[in-house]
Write a protein that binds this ligand. Structure first.
Ligand code: DGY
Length: 323
């Protein structure tokens, strides 16, 4: 049981997590807004905290950890991604780091498939054409896209989400699923996915879904040279992290016809300004990072973050222990 340990929450979050923390006797303080906490407020709010309950929009570095002081035991992020947390700085101060694996797998995998279909079948262009009064008599070659049967799907990052995407795409009758990751994974056999080198993923795939984290190895992996290797009719979907794609190079690939279309749920930066050329590129769909936007996922993410924090307080192994 935690006796009046202070937990600082950097945003309004779904109630289940807050109820768990309060039920366990924690003193929960939070930044009372739906918007990201300004850095000076974060530094003020974390002072004396035993735990930080944060979001992927908060940069957690040595300065923030020092502002907490010696009580701080754990940084729990309400996200799968933890690239916003300086792991080294946490390790140096003996602060645990936890994330929320598992609970958003279905929502993100589902959205990835939705975005792929939206992009491949040019659905938003269709909606816009109707709104603009451009829907005339049926035409044999108007707004034609790509269907999935007999296509090769490439997945970069066959973790939980990548696997979830592959599993959902299989019933569409795809010919082959290939993946690239830091290593081969045994469960790939369950969906008949084969490991390929990155270049082969690029050259063989009709559709590529980026489902990996942002790491020094994946940063800007999709750049000019990668786009040149892809098929001209290929569709690229990114629900991992924006930084995996070099956006200037993507824009060039989309305008020059090096690839057919892209669907992005994540971008670099976020938010992508409304006047960014990719937002207005007809063969590109940009969503505002909404992969895990379901109440099921968000309630579970809040609950998991709280449980992670309580596990650290109670010297138990947290489900989402990163380090
Ligand atoms: C995560 O959890 O890291 C997602 O990107 C936010 O839903």
């Amino acid at each position: 049981m935690c006796i009046q340990r202070k937990v600082f929450v950097t945003r309004r979050v779904p109630q289940p997590g807050i109820e768990l923390l309060e039920g366990a006797g924690c003193k929960v303080e939070f930044w009372d807004s739906d918007e990201a906490i300004p850095r000076e407020e974060l530094i003020r709010g974390i002072s004396g905290a035993h735990a930080l309950f944060c979001m992927l929009t908060d940069t957690i570095d040595g300065e923030v950890l020092d502002a907490a002081g010696p009580n701080l035991q754990v940084v729990g992020t309400m996200s799968v991604g933890y690239e916003h947390i300086d792991l080294e700085a946490c390790r140096a101060r003996d602060v645990r780091v936890c994330n929320t694996p598992n609970v958003s797998t279905d929502s993100v995998a589902e959205l990835t498939v939705a975005l792929l279909l939206l992009t491949a079948r040019r659905l938003l262009e269709g909606v816009q054409a109707v709104k603009d009064g451009q829907w005339g008599k049926w035409k044999p070659m108007w707004l034609c896209g790509m269907e999935l049967p007999q296509k090769t799907v490439g997945i970069l990052g066959l973790g939980r989400i990548g696997f979830g995407v592959a599993r959902r795409l299989k019933p569409f009758g795809v010919k082959k699923i290939v993946y690239h990751d830091v290593c081969r994974v045994g469960y790939a056999d369950d969906i008949g996915a084969s490991f390929v080198e990155f270049d082969k993923l690029l050259t063989e795939s009709d559709v590529i879904c980026i489902c990996c984290n942002l790491t020094p190895q994946t940063k800007h992996r999709f750049n000019k040279s990668a786009f040149k290797k892809m098929k001209k009719h290929a569709i690229l979907v990114n629900s991992g992290r924006g930084g995996v794609i070099k956006h200037d190079d993507l824009l060039e690939a989309l305008t020059s016809g090096e690839i057919a279309a892209a669907g992005l749920d994540v971008t670099e930066p976020e938010p992508l300004p409304a006047d960014h050329p990719l937002v207005h590129q007809p063969n590109c769909i940009v969503l505002p990072h909404m992969g895990s936007n379901t109440w099921d996922s968000r309630n579970s993410m809040s609950e998991t973050t709280a449980n992670n924090i309580l596990s650290v307080f109670n010297d138990q192994t947290a489900i989402g222990l990163v380090q």
